[in-house]
Design a binder for this molecule. Structure first.
Ligand code: A2P
Length: 269
């Protein structure tokens, strides 16, 4: 029986990629890896459009940060599960061997090119906003360019920090990057709703000086030394912009590199 238009198959599309592994972190978060098109070149920190074929036969795509570094043979993505979300209600059930659609046009501002040279680099993320930093933390260029890299990640509950925690643990033991990371990468995870060893919003821990005290590093930030990349909800991004501008850091872009860059964490559905 020939295929009809009513039964579209992803594998007939030129942009199809095959899922190689899936990890469920809790009932709200999962990550997966897939094949990488040979022609896809991207800068660590960029995002692409990915998705599945919709019921109507049209691709259903959302912007996702690539969580894997640019040297990786495969691609990794980190996602929330929205039970009634058009895409993630289905994407969360994806299995190894199945296919997704990937539009190979990477873009984004959370890239080294959008920042001027500096000494300390801050990665500031809430929730799935850690995805672009999962890429950048695994990129040797990050450690070549900066003396110190500080990853602040804040979520409501501990289970939401697990993807980042395990990634950083693996990074420290990695034969390739482990040595570069040693002593340079500082990790500051906090929760806001579940009690844990470290708590509080990133904005509060920065403005109170707590993060500088806890890590034993000089504060506050200054445009002479510090560069920052921000990725979270719209409210988080706006509040953090105020904090960074208050310390005289200037927002940069690909066309005008400066002291900090911001991008919204995608896929709210
Ligand atoms: P809080 O629990 O105090 O709201 P969400 O799940 O709502 O996207 O939030 C993810 C994390 O980001 C939570 O820990 C939340 O803290 C924190 N957060 C939300 N909005 C802001 C903001 N405007 N400034 C700083 N942190 C924020």
């Amino acid at each position: 029986m020939p295929d009809t238009a009513a039964t579209p198959k992803v594998k007939t599309l030129p942009d199809a990629q095959t899922v190689t592994s899936v990890t469920h972190w809790d009932d709200q978060l999962f990550s997966f890896r897939c094949t990488r098109p040979k022609s896809l070149r991207f800068r660590s920190g960029e995002f692409v459009m990915i998705g599945l074929m919709g019921e109507n036969g049209k691709p259903l795509l959302r912007a996702y940060s690539i969580a894997s570094p640019s040297w990786d043979d495969e691609l990794e993505f980190y996602s929330i599960k929205v039970q009634d979300g058009p895409l993630t209600s289905r994407l969360q059930h994806i299995q190894p061997g199945e296919q997704i659609i990937l539009r190979p046009k990477p873009v984004g501002t959370l890239v080294h090119d959008a920042l001027l040279p500096g000494k300390r680099l801050w990665f500031l993320a809430t929730g799935t906003g850690i995805a672009p930093f999962a890429s950048l933390m695994r990129d040797p260029e990050t450690y070549e360019k900066y003396d110190q890299v500080i990853m602040m990640h804040t979520c409501r509950a501990l289970s939401e920090l697990e993807y980042g925690r395990q990634l950083i643990e693996a990074l420290r033991e990695d034969p390739l990057i482990g040595e570069m990371v040693e002593g340079k990468l500082l990790y500051y995870p906090t929760t806001t709703r579940e009690t844990s060893a470290r708590m509080g919003r990133i904005t509060d821990n920065l403005t109170s000086g707590k993060v500088f005290d806890d890590l034993g590093i000089p504060g506050p930030m200054s445009p002479d030394n510090d560069r920052a990349m921000v990725c979270g909800s719209l409210a988080f991004n706006l509040d953090l912009k105020d904090v960074l501008e208050g310390w005289n850091l200037r927002e940069g872009a690909n066309s005008d590199p400066a002291d900090y860059v911001v991008e919204k964490a995608f896929v709210g559905e």
